[in-house]
Design a protein around this ligand. Sequence first.
Ligand code: NAG
Ligand code: NAG
Ligand code: NAG
Length: 274
Amino acid sequence: MRAIFLAIGLMCLVKYAFSSSLPSLLNYEEVSFNPPTLRKEITAEANKIVGGTVALVGEFPYQATLNLGGRLCGGTLIATSIILTAAHCLADMSASSATTFKVTVNTTKQSGGTGAISRGVRKFVVHASYNPNTHDNDIALLALTSPITNVRFAKLPLANTTSTYADQLAVVVGWGTTSSGGTISSNLLKASVNVMTNTACNQQYNNTITSGMVCAASPGKDSCQGDSGGPLLIRDVQIGITSFGKGCADPRFAGVYTRITRYITWIKTISSTI
Ligand SMILES: *[C@@H]1O[C@H](CO)[C@@H](O)[C@H](O)[C@H]1NC(C)=O
Ligand SMILES: *[C@@H]1O[C@H](CO)[C@@H](O)[C@H](O)[C@H]1NC(C)=O
Ligand SMILES: *[C@@H]1O[C@H](CO)[C@@H](O)[C@H](O)[C@H]1NC(C)=O
């Protein structure tokens, strides 16, 4: 299996070497947002959707499945050659291991299938201030070996967004386990969750929720192990990256996500230099 991934990666590298065009990086889609009215457990299987329903084909084409040398994480295509994911998916990996990684987008099947588009990874950057103990700054970017065109990007909030998104309905997407410690889902799942205030979330997590985090919860619905790095979305705007949580869908503990609005400048800077 690894050999196959490696072979694909090498083919992509060769393809990249012969295409002299620079990777296009700064083609974000940004949208304004009008307020209407980890998951993570740091294991190889890390996070999945509990209480979800199967995503429709074409609903989240930008959702990426990342095979990081055997570790599965989620991610999102945010520009033709850039994948956004969680730092904890990559923090313990060596730079040279990127050649063993495989990224697949435009599919609802964990195993690929109709319409699936795969690429190798040229390089990855983990946020320099990522803290594995507090999970603060849980954000990373991957540069693909060659661009992916014709697949819709996850949109990023505008850099000047002041909304905290509190009390708004969002959707979390992933292939993770359907219960804490369960098995990975073969179909992409989605679940709607309510965004909380950090004040309310801090009451659950003993004041360990930072301004770089956003929490969301709904009765019986949550991200879980295997969903790490995937998106928390309001319409097609990504407001969070699945990061961590205590258990999955435990009514006492919300899911915690990296708060994208805090990192727009970081994303743009790294994307243009990676
Ligand atoms: C993405 O997947 C859809 C549905 O399977 C397919 O119709 C479409 O051609 C794919 N897009 C690309 C760019 O391959
Ligand atoms: C935010 O930025 C966008 C585009 O850069 C601009 O159109 C909009 O007016 C700005 N909004 C505020 C509240 O400054
Ligand atoms: C919060 O602190 C209390 C007492 O120190 C501890 O029992 C509890 O497990 C902590 N909760 C979390 C989410 O860490």
